[in-house]
Ligand binder design. Structure first.
Ligand code: AMP
Length: 543
Protein backbone atom coordinates (compact mmCIF):
# COMPACT_ATOMS: atom_id res chain seq x y z
CA UNK A 1 0.00 0.00 0.00
CA UNK A 2 1.38 3.43 -0.93
CA UNK A 3 1.02 6.64 1.05
CA UNK A 4 -1.40 9.17 -0.34
CA UNK A 5 0.65 12.32 -0.05
CA UNK A 6 1.41 14.70 -2.90
CA UNK A 7 4.63 14.02 -4.72
CA UNK A 8 6.07 17.54 -4.98
CA UNK A 9 9.73 17.99 -5.93
CA UNK A 10 12.12 19.17 -3.24
CA UNK A 11 13.61 21.89 -5.41
CA UNK A 12 15.20 25.32 -5.01
CA UNK A 13 12.35 27.27 -6.68
CA UNK A 14 10.40 26.67 -3.48
CA UNK A 15 13.09 28.44 -1.44
CA UNK A 16 13.25 31.29 -3.95
CA UNK A 17 9.51 31.91 -4.11
CA UNK A 18 9.09 31.61 -0.37
CA UNK A 19 11.82 34.20 0.23
CA UNK A 20 10.41 36.50 -2.44
CA UNK A 21 6.84 36.25 -1.15
CA UNK A 22 7.37 36.48 2.59
CA UNK A 23 10.75 38.07 3.24
CA UNK A 24 11.07 40.76 0.55
CA UNK A 25 11.52 43.46 3.21
CA UNK A 26 14.59 41.80 4.73
CA UNK A 27 17.96 43.40 4.15
CA UNK A 28 21.11 42.06 2.47
CA UNK A 29 24.33 44.01 3.09
CA UNK A 30 27.51 43.39 1.10
CA UNK A 31 30.87 44.88 2.05
CA UNK A 32 32.69 46.22 -1.00
CA UNK A 33 36.31 46.76 -1.94
CA UNK A 34 37.81 49.72 -0.12
CA UNK A 35 35.52 49.59 2.92
CA UNK A 36 32.17 50.58 1.42
CA UNK A 37 28.84 48.75 1.68
CA UNK A 38 25.99 47.99 -0.67
CA UNK A 39 22.53 47.45 0.69
CA UNK A 40 19.66 45.70 -0.98
CA UNK A 41 16.51 43.85 0.05
CA UNK A 42 15.39 40.32 -0.68
CA UNK A 43 12.68 41.89 -2.92
CA UNK A 44 15.28 43.66 -5.08
CA UNK A 45 17.57 40.67 -4.98
CA UNK A 46 14.68 38.52 -6.26
CA UNK A 47 14.11 40.92 -9.18
CA UNK A 48 17.79 40.51 -10.08
CA UNK A 49 17.47 36.72 -9.92
CA UNK A 50 14.55 37.01 -12.36
CA UNK A 51 16.58 39.33 -14.64
CA UNK A 52 19.50 36.95 -14.54
CA UNK A 53 17.25 34.07 -15.56
CA UNK A 54 16.28 35.99 -18.71
CA UNK A 55 19.88 37.07 -19.28
CA UNK A 56 21.15 33.48 -19.29
CA UNK A 57 18.54 32.57 -21.93
CA UNK A 58 19.31 35.68 -23.96
CA UNK A 59 23.01 34.82 -24.02
CA UNK A 60 22.13 31.39 -25.37
CA UNK A 61 23.48 29.52 -22.35
CA UNK A 62 22.35 25.88 -22.70
CA UNK A 63 19.44 24.59 -20.67
CA UNK A 64 21.60 22.53 -18.35
CA UNK A 65 24.82 24.51 -18.68
CA UNK A 66 27.38 24.81 -15.91
CA UNK A 67 27.41 28.44 -14.80
CA UNK A 68 30.74 29.25 -13.19
CA UNK A 69 31.32 31.79 -10.45
CA UNK A 70 34.65 33.22 -9.29
CA UNK A 71 33.40 35.36 -6.48
CA UNK A 72 33.56 36.44 -2.90
CA UNK A 73 30.56 36.20 -0.59
CA UNK A 74 28.22 38.85 -1.98
CA UNK A 75 24.55 39.49 -2.76
CA UNK A 76 25.36 39.10 -6.47
CA UNK A 77 26.82 35.67 -5.78
CA UNK A 78 23.57 34.84 -3.99
CA UNK A 79 21.67 35.91 -7.12
CA UNK A 80 23.67 33.34 -9.07
CA UNK A 81 23.11 30.77 -6.32
CA UNK A 82 19.42 30.93 -7.27
CA UNK A 83 19.25 31.96 -10.93
CA UNK A 84 21.41 29.11 -12.23
CA UNK A 85 19.60 26.20 -10.54
CA UNK A 86 16.09 27.69 -10.75
CA UNK A 87 16.47 27.83 -14.54
CA UNK A 88 17.63 24.20 -14.67
CA UNK A 89 21.29 25.12 -14.99
CA UNK A 90 24.08 24.09 -12.64
CA UNK A 91 25.88 26.60 -10.44
CA UNK A 92 29.59 25.84 -10.44
CA UNK A 93 31.47 27.71 -7.76
CA UNK A 94 35.18 27.92 -8.61
CA UNK A 95 37.50 28.03 -5.63
CA UNK A 96 39.54 31.24 -5.92
CA UNK A 97 42.38 29.74 -3.86
CA UNK A 98 43.23 27.00 -6.34
CA UNK A 99 46.26 27.14 -8.61
CA UNK A 100 45.98 28.21 -12.23
CA UNK A 101 46.39 24.63 -13.49
CA UNK A 102 43.69 23.32 -11.19
CA UNK A 103 41.33 26.14 -12.14
CA UNK A 104 41.66 25.57 -15.87
CA UNK A 105 41.31 21.83 -15.32
CA UNK A 106 38.12 22.35 -13.31
CA UNK A 107 36.47 24.89 -15.63
CA UNK A 108 37.22 22.65 -18.62
CA UNK A 109 36.18 19.45 -16.90
CA UNK A 110 32.86 20.99 -15.87
CA UNK A 111 32.52 22.55 -19.34
CA UNK A 112 31.55 25.93 -17.92
CA UNK A 113 29.89 28.04 -20.62
CA UNK A 114 29.97 31.30 -18.73
CA UNK A 115 31.87 32.53 -15.68
CA UNK A 116 30.74 35.39 -13.44
CA UNK A 117 33.81 36.98 -11.88
CA UNK A 118 34.26 39.71 -9.28
CA UNK A 119 36.28 42.62 -10.61
CA UNK A 120 38.86 42.31 -7.82
CA UNK A 121 39.47 38.69 -8.88
CA UNK A 122 39.63 39.29 -12.61
CA UNK A 123 43.41 39.69 -12.59
CA UNK A 124 43.68 36.16 -11.23
CA UNK A 125 41.29 34.59 -13.75
CA UNK A 126 41.98 36.53 -16.93
CA UNK A 127 45.44 35.06 -17.74
CA UNK A 128 43.78 31.61 -17.80
CA UNK A 129 40.86 32.42 -20.03
CA UNK A 130 42.53 31.42 -23.29
CA UNK A 131 42.91 27.93 -21.85
CA UNK A 132 39.16 27.69 -21.22
CA UNK A 133 37.77 27.23 -24.73
CA UNK A 134 34.20 26.38 -23.69
CA UNK A 135 33.71 29.60 -21.74
CA UNK A 136 31.95 32.02 -24.06
CA UNK A 137 31.36 34.89 -21.64
CA UNK A 138 33.13 36.37 -18.65
CA UNK A 139 30.70 38.59 -16.79
CA UNK A 140 32.44 41.07 -14.53
CA UNK A 141 30.66 41.91 -11.27
CA UNK A 142 31.60 45.31 -9.92
CA UNK A 143 32.75 44.86 -6.32
CA UNK A 144 34.12 48.36 -5.85
CA UNK A 145 37.61 47.51 -7.11
CA UNK A 146 38.88 49.57 -10.05
CA UNK A 147 41.25 47.00 -11.58
CA UNK A 148 41.30 47.30 -15.37
CA UNK A 149 38.75 45.30 -17.37
CA UNK A 150 40.10 43.88 -20.65
CA UNK A 151 38.59 45.14 -23.85
CA UNK A 152 37.52 41.76 -25.22
CA UNK A 153 34.28 40.63 -26.87
CA UNK A 154 33.91 37.82 -24.29
CA UNK A 155 33.72 40.32 -21.42
CA UNK A 156 30.32 41.59 -20.25
CA UNK A 157 29.33 43.82 -17.37
CA UNK A 158 27.00 42.28 -14.78
CA UNK A 159 24.99 45.41 -13.92
CA UNK A 160 24.53 46.23 -17.58
CA UNK A 161 23.50 42.67 -18.41
CA UNK A 162 20.83 42.79 -15.71
CA UNK A 163 19.62 46.24 -16.76
CA UNK A 164 19.17 45.01 -20.32
CA UNK A 165 17.22 41.88 -19.29
CA UNK A 166 13.55 41.96 -18.38
CA UNK A 167 12.70 40.05 -15.18
CA UNK A 168 11.30 36.57 -15.82
CA UNK A 169 7.64 36.81 -14.79
CA UNK A 170 6.52 33.24 -14.15
CA UNK A 171 7.16 30.72 -11.42
CA UNK A 172 10.40 28.80 -11.66
CA UNK A 173 9.82 25.06 -12.01
CA UNK A 174 12.23 22.17 -11.64
CA UNK A 175 10.12 19.06 -12.14
CA UNK A 176 12.70 16.44 -11.18
CA UNK A 177 14.16 17.00 -7.74
CA UNK A 178 17.15 14.85 -8.68
CA UNK A 179 18.26 17.38 -11.30
CA UNK A 180 21.73 18.80 -10.62
CA UNK A 181 21.58 22.19 -8.89
CA UNK A 182 25.22 22.95 -8.15
CA UNK A 183 28.70 21.55 -8.27
CA UNK A 184 31.89 22.10 -6.41
CA UNK A 185 35.26 20.45 -7.00
CA UNK A 186 37.16 19.04 -4.09
CA UNK A 187 40.93 18.96 -3.90
CA UNK A 188 40.68 17.01 -0.64
CA UNK A 189 41.67 13.79 -2.43
CA UNK A 190 44.76 12.75 -4.32
CA UNK A 191 44.97 13.21 -8.08
CA UNK A 192 42.94 15.74 -10.03
CA UNK A 193 40.18 17.68 -8.25
CA UNK A 194 36.88 15.81 -8.36
CA UNK A 195 33.45 17.19 -9.12
CA UNK A 196 30.77 16.82 -6.45
CA UNK A 197 27.32 17.38 -7.94
CA UNK A 198 24.50 18.46 -5.62
CA UNK A 199 20.89 17.89 -6.62
CA UNK A 200 17.91 20.12 -5.85
CA UNK A 201 16.66 17.48 -3.46
CA UNK A 202 19.97 17.17 -1.59
CA UNK A 203 20.29 20.95 -1.36
CA UNK A 204 16.78 21.53 -0.03
CA UNK A 205 17.12 18.79 2.58
CA UNK A 206 20.56 20.04 3.60
CA UNK A 207 19.24 23.62 3.90
CA UNK A 208 16.81 22.46 6.57
CA UNK A 209 19.75 21.46 8.76
CA UNK A 210 20.66 25.09 9.38
CA UNK A 211 17.13 25.63 10.71
CA UNK A 212 17.03 22.84 13.28
CA UNK A 213 17.19 23.74 16.94
CA UNK A 214 19.96 21.21 17.70
CA UNK A 215 22.09 23.05 15.15
CA UNK A 216 22.37 26.66 14.02
CA UNK A 217 18.58 27.02 14.43
CA UNK A 218 18.35 29.91 11.95
CA UNK A 219 15.14 31.91 12.25
CA UNK A 220 13.56 34.97 10.70
CA UNK A 221 14.84 37.29 13.42
CA UNK A 222 18.49 36.35 12.79
CA UNK A 223 21.09 38.47 11.07
CA UNK A 224 23.46 35.98 9.47
CA UNK A 225 26.96 36.55 8.17
CA UNK A 226 28.39 33.58 6.24
CA UNK A 227 32.17 34.05 6.43
CA UNK A 228 32.97 30.58 5.13
CA UNK A 229 33.38 31.11 1.38
CA UNK A 230 30.48 30.57 -0.99
CA UNK A 231 33.04 28.89 -3.30
CA UNK A 232 33.84 26.20 -0.75
CA UNK A 233 31.10 23.61 -0.13
CA UNK A 234 28.18 26.04 -0.50
CA UNK A 235 29.25 28.16 2.47
CA UNK A 236 28.05 25.20 4.55
CA UNK A 237 24.52 25.65 3.18
CA UNK A 238 24.06 28.93 5.05
CA UNK A 239 22.96 31.02 2.03
CA UNK A 240 20.05 28.72 1.20
CA UNK A 241 19.27 28.29 4.91
CA UNK A 242 19.06 32.09 5.31
CA UNK A 243 16.62 32.40 2.42
CA UNK A 244 14.51 29.55 3.72
CA UNK A 245 14.32 31.04 7.19
CA UNK A 246 14.03 34.64 5.95
CA UNK A 247 16.97 36.04 7.92
CA UNK A 248 18.73 39.32 7.17
CA UNK A 249 22.15 38.70 5.64
CA UNK A 250 25.56 40.35 5.74
CA UNK A 251 28.21 39.31 3.21
CA UNK A 252 31.85 40.17 3.88
CA UNK A 253 32.81 40.59 0.19
CA UNK A 254 36.49 40.91 -0.74
CA UNK A 255 37.93 42.11 2.56
CA UNK A 256 38.50 39.02 4.66
CA UNK A 257 40.86 40.54 7.23
CA UNK A 258 39.95 39.88 10.88
CA UNK A 259 39.52 43.64 11.43
CA UNK A 260 36.97 43.96 8.62
CA UNK A 261 35.11 40.86 9.76
CA UNK A 262 34.85 41.91 13.38
CA UNK A 263 33.66 45.40 12.38
CA UNK A 264 30.88 43.96 10.22
CA UNK A 265 29.79 41.56 12.97
CA UNK A 266 29.60 44.46 15.40
CA UNK A 267 28.07 47.09 13.14
CA UNK A 268 25.24 44.89 11.84
CA UNK A 269 24.54 43.21 15.18
CA UNK A 270 25.06 39.81 13.55
CA UNK A 271 23.43 36.97 15.48
CA UNK A 272 24.70 33.91 13.60
CA UNK A 273 27.89 33.32 11.66
CA UNK A 274 30.21 30.56 10.50
CA UNK A 275 33.89 30.28 9.61
CA UNK A 276 36.98 28.07 9.80
CA UNK A 277 39.15 28.14 12.96
CA UNK A 278 41.76 30.36 11.28
CA UNK A 279 39.16 33.11 10.92
CA UNK A 280 38.26 32.90 14.60
CA UNK A 281 41.92 32.88 15.63
CA UNK A 282 42.30 36.18 13.81
CA UNK A 283 39.18 37.65 15.41
CA UNK A 284 39.97 36.57 18.99
CA UNK A 285 42.58 39.25 19.83
CA UNK A 286 40.17 41.96 18.63
CA UNK A 287 37.28 41.01 20.90
CA UNK A 288 38.15 43.46 23.67
CA UNK A 289 37.67 46.43 21.36
CA UNK A 290 34.37 45.33 19.81
CA UNK A 291 30.88 44.61 21.08
CA UNK A 292 29.80 41.25 19.66
CA UNK A 293 27.13 40.66 22.28
CA UNK A 294 24.50 40.15 19.56
CA UNK A 295 26.06 36.80 18.52
CA UNK A 296 24.19 33.67 19.56
CA UNK A 297 25.59 31.11 17.06
CA UNK A 298 29.20 30.71 15.92
CA UNK A 299 29.60 27.79 13.58
CA UNK A 300 33.16 26.53 13.37
CA UNK A 301 34.32 23.70 11.13
CA UNK A 302 36.43 22.75 8.15
CA UNK A 303 39.28 21.86 10.52
CA UNK A 304 39.22 20.80 14.15
CA UNK A 305 38.00 23.61 16.42
CA UNK A 306 40.55 23.64 19.24
CA UNK A 307 39.14 23.52 22.76
CA UNK A 308 41.27 26.48 23.82
CA UNK A 309 39.87 28.65 21.03
CA UNK A 310 36.28 27.66 21.68
CA UNK A 311 36.78 28.29 25.38
CA UNK A 312 38.36 31.68 24.76
CA UNK A 313 35.22 32.74 22.86
CA UNK A 314 32.99 31.29 25.57
CA UNK A 315 34.83 33.27 28.20
CA UNK A 316 34.68 36.52 26.22
CA UNK A 317 31.25 36.25 24.59
CA UNK A 318 29.42 33.70 26.69
CA UNK A 319 28.91 31.41 23.69
CA UNK A 320 31.19 28.60 22.62
CA UNK A 321 31.53 27.33 19.05
CA UNK A 322 28.96 25.20 17.40
CA UNK A 323 31.50 22.73 16.08
CA UNK A 324 30.61 20.92 12.86
CA UNK A 325 32.34 18.41 10.62
CA UNK A 326 31.80 17.52 7.02
CA UNK A 327 33.31 17.69 3.58
CA UNK A 328 32.52 18.89 0.09
CA UNK A 329 31.15 15.41 -0.62
CA UNK A 330 28.70 15.72 2.32
CA UNK A 331 27.18 19.06 1.21
CA UNK A 332 28.96 19.63 3.76
CA UNK A 333 27.22 19.31 7.16
CA UNK A 334 27.49 15.73 8.46
CA UNK A 335 27.94 16.14 12.22
CA UNK A 336 27.31 18.96 14.67
CA UNK A 337 27.71 19.63 18.33
CA UNK A 338 24.72 20.61 20.41
CA UNK A 339 24.31 20.47 24.17
CA UNK A 340 22.46 17.38 25.42
CA UNK A 341 20.59 16.59 28.62
CA UNK A 342 23.27 14.11 29.71
CA UNK A 343 25.89 16.89 29.51
CA UNK A 344 24.14 18.82 32.28
CA UNK A 345 25.88 16.78 34.97
CA UNK A 346 29.33 17.45 33.57
CA UNK A 347 31.80 20.09 34.68
CA UNK A 348 32.43 23.07 32.39
CA UNK A 349 35.79 21.57 31.47
CA UNK A 350 34.24 18.23 30.51
CA UNK A 351 31.65 20.03 28.43
CA UNK A 352 34.46 21.91 26.68
CA UNK A 353 36.03 18.54 25.81
CA UNK A 354 32.77 17.42 24.22
CA UNK A 355 32.50 20.66 22.25
CA UNK A 356 35.97 20.03 20.85
CA UNK A 357 34.56 16.82 19.34
CA UNK A 358 33.01 16.99 15.91
CA UNK A 359 29.56 16.20 17.30
CA UNK A 360 26.74 13.82 16.49
CA UNK A 361 25.56 12.93 12.98
CA UNK A 362 22.94 15.33 11.67
CA UNK A 363 19.40 13.98 11.26
CA UNK A 364 19.15 11.87 8.07
CA UNK A 365 22.91 11.23 7.99
CA UNK A 366 24.13 7.72 8.90
CA UNK A 367 27.70 7.15 9.98
CA UNK A 368 29.71 4.05 10.70
CA UNK A 369 33.29 3.56 11.83
CA UNK A 370 35.14 0.90 9.89
CA UNK A 371 38.46 -0.77 10.63
CA UNK A 372 40.51 -0.13 7.47
CA UNK A 373 42.36 -3.46 7.79
CA UNK A 374 39.45 -5.84 8.46
CA UNK A 375 36.58 -3.85 6.91
CA UNK A 376 34.61 -4.61 10.11
CA UNK A 377 32.48 -2.07 11.97
CA UNK A 378 34.21 -0.67 15.05
CA UNK A 379 32.09 -0.36 18.23
CA UNK A 380 31.22 3.12 19.46
CA UNK A 381 33.07 2.79 22.75
CA UNK A 382 35.08 6.01 22.49
CA UNK A 383 38.30 3.99 22.41
CA UNK A 384 38.46 2.02 19.19
CA UNK A 385 38.93 4.01 16.05
CA UNK A 386 37.92 3.48 12.44
CA UNK A 387 37.42 5.39 9.22
CA UNK A 388 34.17 7.33 9.17
CA UNK A 389 31.89 6.22 6.38
CA UNK A 390 28.78 8.25 5.63
CA UNK A 391 25.45 7.68 3.92
CA UNK A 392 22.44 9.93 3.50
CA UNK A 393 20.38 12.02 1.09
CA UNK A 394 23.00 14.79 0.83
CA UNK A 395 26.08 12.55 0.68
CA UNK A 396 27.74 12.03 -2.73
CA UNK A 397 27.36 8.61 -4.33
CA UNK A 398 29.98 9.23 -7.04
CA UNK A 399 32.02 12.03 -8.61
CA UNK A 400 31.17 13.93 -11.78
CA UNK A 401 31.65 11.76 -14.86
CA UNK A 402 32.31 8.87 -12.50
CA UNK A 403 35.95 9.84 -12.46
CA UNK A 404 38.64 9.10 -9.97
CA UNK A 405 36.56 8.08 -7.01
CA UNK A 406 36.13 4.32 -7.27
CA UNK A 407 37.98 3.69 -4.04
CA UNK A 408 36.13 6.47 -2.26
CA UNK A 409 32.76 4.69 -2.32
CA UNK A 410 32.08 1.27 -0.81
CA UNK A 411 30.29 -1.52 -2.63
CA UNK A 412 27.21 -0.97 -0.49
CA UNK A 413 27.10 2.73 -1.39
CA UNK A 414 28.74 4.53 1.57
CA UNK A 415 31.23 7.37 1.23
CA UNK A 416 34.70 6.73 2.59
CA UNK A 417 35.61 10.02 4.21
CA UNK A 418 39.30 9.39 4.88
CA UNK A 419 38.80 10.72 8.41
CA UNK A 420 39.57 8.41 11.32
CA UNK A 421 37.56 8.75 14.51
CA UNK A 422 36.24 7.23 17.71
CA UNK A 423 32.64 7.82 18.82
CA UNK A 424 31.06 7.65 22.26
CA UNK A 425 27.86 5.69 22.86
CA UNK A 426 25.79 8.84 22.18
CA UNK A 427 27.41 9.09 18.74
CA UNK A 428 29.62 12.10 19.51
CA UNK A 429 32.48 11.70 17.09
CA UNK A 430 36.10 12.54 17.91
CA UNK A 431 38.42 12.80 14.91
CA UNK A 432 41.86 11.42 15.66
CA UNK A 433 43.59 11.10 12.31
CA UNK A 434 43.04 10.93 8.59
CA UNK A 435 44.04 8.52 5.89
CA UNK A 436 44.15 11.33 3.31
CA UNK A 437 47.72 12.35 2.63
CA UNK A 438 47.02 16.05 2.79
CA UNK A 439 47.70 19.09 4.92
CA UNK A 440 44.79 21.42 5.72
CA UNK A 441 46.07 24.95 6.07
CA UNK A 442 43.61 27.74 6.87
CA UNK A 443 40.73 25.61 5.58
CA UNK A 444 42.31 24.74 2.22
CA UNK A 445 44.18 21.62 1.14
CA UNK A 446 47.85 21.19 0.38
CA UNK A 447 48.76 17.90 -1.29
CA UNK A 448 51.72 16.33 0.50
CA UNK A 449 52.22 13.94 -2.41
CA UNK A 450 52.55 16.77 -4.93
CA UNK A 451 54.99 18.61 -2.68
CA UNK A 452 57.03 15.43 -2.22
CA UNK A 453 57.18 14.84 -5.95
CA UNK A 454 58.41 18.37 -6.53
CA UNK A 455 61.04 18.06 -3.82
CA UNK A 456 62.16 14.67 -5.12
CA UNK A 457 62.63 16.25 -8.54
CA UNK A 458 65.64 18.08 -7.03
CA UNK A 459 68.79 16.32 -8.28
CA UNK A 460 70.32 16.14 -4.80
CA UNK A 461 67.26 14.64 -3.08
CA UNK A 462 66.97 10.89 -2.57
CA UNK A 463 63.59 10.83 -0.78
CA UNK A 464 61.17 13.31 0.73
CA UNK A 465 58.04 13.02 2.82
CA UNK A 466 55.77 15.89 3.79
CA UNK A 467 53.75 15.82 7.00
CA UNK A 468 51.24 18.15 8.63
CA UNK A 469 52.40 19.84 11.82
CA UNK A 470 49.90 21.65 14.09
CA UNK A 471 50.07 25.42 13.73
CA UNK A 472 48.45 28.04 15.93
CA UNK A 473 47.05 30.22 13.16
CA UNK A 474 46.65 27.94 10.14
CA UNK A 475 45.77 24.80 12.17
CA UNK A 476 48.24 22.78 10.08
CA UNK A 477 51.31 23.60 8.04
CA UNK A 478 53.55 21.33 5.91
CA UNK A 479 56.99 20.27 7.04
CA UNK A 480 59.26 18.54 4.53
CA UNK A 481 61.44 15.65 5.73
CA UNK A 482 64.21 15.28 3.19
CA UNK A 483 66.86 12.59 2.63
CA UNK A 484 69.87 13.91 0.71
CA UNK A 485 71.62 11.66 -1.83
CA UNK A 486 74.90 10.16 -0.55
CA UNK A 487 77.85 12.47 -1.05
CA UNK A 488 75.65 15.52 -1.70
CA UNK A 489 74.85 18.44 0.55
CA UNK A 490 71.74 20.57 0.55
CA UNK A 491 70.29 23.37 2.67
CA UNK A 492 66.70 24.10 3.63
CA UNK A 493 66.88 27.37 1.70
CA UNK A 494 67.89 25.51 -1.45
CA UNK A 495 64.87 23.21 -1.12
CA UNK A 496 62.53 26.19 -0.71
CA UNK A 497 64.12 28.06 -3.63
CA UNK A 498 63.67 24.94 -5.76
CA UNK A 499 59.96 24.81 -4.82
CA UNK A 500 59.17 28.51 -5.29
CA UNK A 501 58.57 28.45 -9.05
CA UNK A 502 56.79 25.10 -8.83
CA UNK A 503 54.05 25.52 -6.19
CA UNK A 504 51.79 28.25 -4.82
CA UNK A 505 53.45 30.41 -2.18
CA UNK A 506 51.13 29.22 0.58
CA UNK A 507 52.15 25.61 -0.17
CA UNK A 508 55.83 26.21 0.67
CA UNK A 509 56.81 24.09 3.69
CA UNK A 510 57.29 26.03 6.93
CA UNK A 511 60.38 23.98 7.68
CA UNK A 512 62.69 21.49 6.02
CA UNK A 513 64.15 18.76 8.21
CA UNK A 514 66.92 16.52 6.99
CA UNK A 515 66.59 12.86 7.99
CA UNK A 516 68.60 9.71 7.21
CA UNK A 517 65.72 7.72 5.79
CA UNK A 518 61.95 8.01 5.35
CA UNK A 519 60.40 5.27 7.54
CA UNK A 520 58.50 2.65 5.52
CA UNK A 521 55.52 0.39 6.16
CA UNK A 522 55.71 -3.40 5.75
CA UNK A 523 54.75 -2.99 2.10
CA UNK A 524 57.41 -0.37 1.49
CA UNK A 525 55.18 2.76 1.48
CA UNK A 526 56.21 5.90 3.31
CA UNK A 527 54.97 5.54 6.88
CA UNK A 528 53.70 9.02 7.57
CA UNK A 529 52.35 7.82 10.89
CA UNK A 530 55.86 6.92 12.10
CA UNK A 531 57.15 10.26 10.86
CA UNK A 532 54.31 12.15 12.56
CA UNK A 533 55.08 10.29 15.81
CA UNK A 534 58.75 11.19 15.43
CA UNK A 535 57.88 14.86 14.99
CA UNK A 536 55.18 14.96 17.70
CA UNK A 537 55.61 18.16 19.67
CA UNK A 538 57.70 19.74 16.87
CA UNK A 539 57.67 23.51 17.17
CA UNK A 540 57.34 25.35 13.90
CA UNK A 541 59.29 28.54 13.43
CA UNK A 542 56.94 31.43 14.23
CA UNK A 543 54.15 29.28 15.66
P1 AMP B 1 36.62 19.92 2.36
O1 AMP B 1 35.98 18.92 1.46
O2 AMP B 1 37.70 20.69 1.69
O3 AMP B 1 35.61 20.78 3.04
O4 AMP B 1 37.37 19.13 3.50
C1 AMP B 1 36.74 18.15 4.30
C2 AMP B 1 37.71 17.63 5.32
O5 AMP B 1 38.09 18.67 6.23
C3 AMP B 1 37.20 16.51 6.19
O6 AMP B 1 37.24 15.26 5.55
C4 AMP B 1 38.16 16.62 7.38
O7 AMP B 1 39.40 15.99 7.09
C5 AMP B 1 38.37 18.11 7.51
N1 AMP B 1 37.41 18.68 8.47
C6 AMP B 1 36.24 19.28 8.21
N2 AMP B 1 35.63 19.68 9.35
C7 AMP B 1 36.43 19.29 10.37
C8 AMP B 1 36.35 19.37 11.80
N3 AMP B 1 35.33 19.96 12.42
N4 AMP B 1 37.35 18.83 12.52
C9 AMP B 1 38.41 18.24 11.92
N5 AMP B 1 38.54 18.13 10.57
C10 AMP B 1 37.57 18.64 9.80
Amino acid sequence: MLGLMQDRPLALPHIFHRAEQFFGHKEIVTATWGGGEERTTIADWAVNVRRLATALDRLGISEDARVGTFSWNTAAHLELYMAAPCTGRVLHTLNIRLFPDQLTYIANHAEDEIIFVDRSLLGQLWPLTDKMPDVRHFVVIDDGCDDPVPDDPRVLNYAQLLAESEPFTGRFEVADENTAAAMCYTSGTTGNPKGVVYSHRSTVLHSLISLIADGPGLRETDVVMPIVPMFHANAWGLPYGCLLAGTSMVFPGPNMTPGAIVSLLEKHRVTATGGVPTIWMGVLPLLDDHDLSSLRVMLCGGSAAPKSLSEAFREKLGIPFLHAWGMTETSPIATMYSPRSHHAELTEDQRADIRARQGQSAPLVDLRLVDPDTGEDVPWDDVQTGEIQAAGPWIAKEYYKGEGGGAQFTEDGWLRTGDVAAADSYGFVRLVDRTKDLVKSGGEWISSVELENEIMAHPKVAEAAVIAIPHERWVERPVACVVVKPGESLTAEEVIEHLKPRVAKWWLPDAVEFIDEVPKTSVGKFSKKTLRDKFAGYKLPGS
